[in-house]
Design a protein around this ligand. Structure first.
Ligand code: DAH
Length: 342
């Protein structure tokens, strides 16, 4: 066991791997120093003491040299082949806008192009604007607290209680008053609130409301506008239809349907009823010609002006486009959903 030679070997090591091998050669089970120490037992007591002390000093010194060397060598083994920079890297996850935000941007752009401005109304609203101006009297079932969130707060003798606005229609009379009369071509996109929770309902959701008031406005303008939106948003093949319905604030009233893209409007897939629509059509939202009561609430003379309105749920159109099957995860903050859909 030559101390100087061992020290030199340690100091010349090029990598931690090599250093470990040298360490084992010296201090391992059959290492040269270990063996020399074991052989001490063959010596006389006197010699053993002297030689033992000497060897222990050498051992400690070599270990110190080893420790210093270990720290100077980097963890990366210099003898390993260099990293192959031509290998494909790991894909990093990038952020994206929320699906609802993207839908809102699309809607806004489509309507801006045909001359509609957008204006957002309040999330906390008076009963008066959410119901009374819309011809929904004091006993209308939507005013039940199973249907609408009432806010604890001041009660106005003129406007009633405060509610979390249950639909964007609350902005209809407000817009007529704000503009102080026609022409009105508004698209209003906002959060709405209702106490529901299932695959197609969350307590907070979004709607967009179209409102157009001017002289000689007819159902044709409503049909044309909705058909334009559906083609721009879903694709040029999509057909629209108005189906007679009832709303308090429009007369006549319609439900707006679009042809189902899964079965191409036939209602059948492989000789079976289409699972998505069952009939070839999917309901997009509500619409109609603005009721004279609503126009009067907005200070507009129904004898001179007419108008149309529609209201459509944004999460609903995302579901109809096949972007999501269940609305609830949209507002649960589970980020992986967006990577699958964007
Ligand atoms: N406010 C209705 C709802 O939330 C939707 C609606 C129907 C809006 C007909 C309208 C309309 O403007 O004309 O269910």
């Amino acid at each position: 066991m030559d101390k100087d030679l061992a020290q030199q070997k340690i100091e010349n090591a090029q990598s931690r791997e090599e250093l470990t091998a040298i360490y084992n050669e010296l201090f391992g089970k059959n290492g040269s120093l270990t063996v020399t120490l074991k052989e001490l037992k063959n010596l006389s007591i006197e010699e053993r003491k002297e030689r033992g002390a000497e060897l222990n000093i050498i051992k400690r010194e070599l270990q110190d040299v080893y420790d210093v060397k270990w720290n100077t060598l980097s963890e990366v083994d210099t003898h390993k082949p260099p990293i192959d920079v031509t290998l494909p890297g790991e894909r990093t996850v990038t952020g994206d806008l929320h699906l609802t935000t993207k839908a809102i941007d699309d809607i806004r752009r489509i309507f801006q192009k045909i001359g509609f401005y957008d204006y957002t109304y309040h999330e906390v609203e008076w009963e008066y604007f959410s119901f009374d101006t819309l011809n929904m009297g004091p006993t209308h079932p939507a005013r039940d607290d199973f249907e609408t969130f009432f806010v604890q707060g001041p009660v106005s003798s003129k406007y009633g209680r405060m509610v979390m606005s249950p639909h964007t229609s609350s902005g209809q009379a407000r817009e007529m008053l704000r503009r102080q009369g026609p022409p009105i071509r508004m698209i209003s996109i906002a959060k709405c609130y209702r106490p529901n929770w299932d695959a197609s309902h969350t307590p907070m959701f979004h709607q967009f409301e179209g409102l157009c008031v001017d002289k000689n406005i007819t159902i044709n303008h409503l049909k044309g506008t909705i058909a334009h939106f559906a083609r721009e948003y879903y694709g040029s093949d999509v057909k629209t239809r108005l189906r007679p319905y009832h709303f308090q604030f429009t007369e006549p009233s319609f439900e707006v349907d679009i042809s189902c893209s899964v079965c191409n409007g036939t209602g059948m897939v492989d000789n079976r009823k289409c699972k998505v629509c069952k009939s070839g059509w999917l309901e997009l939202g509500g619409a109609g010609m603005v009721h004279p009561h609503v126009l009067r609430s907005g200070n507009i003379d129904p004898e001179v002006y007419s108008g149309w309105a529609f209201g459509i749920g944004i999460e609903r159109i995302l579901m109809m486009r096949g972007s999501i099957e269940d609305m609830r995860p949209l507002y649960e903050g589970n980020v992986s959903l967006y990577y699958h859909n964007s």
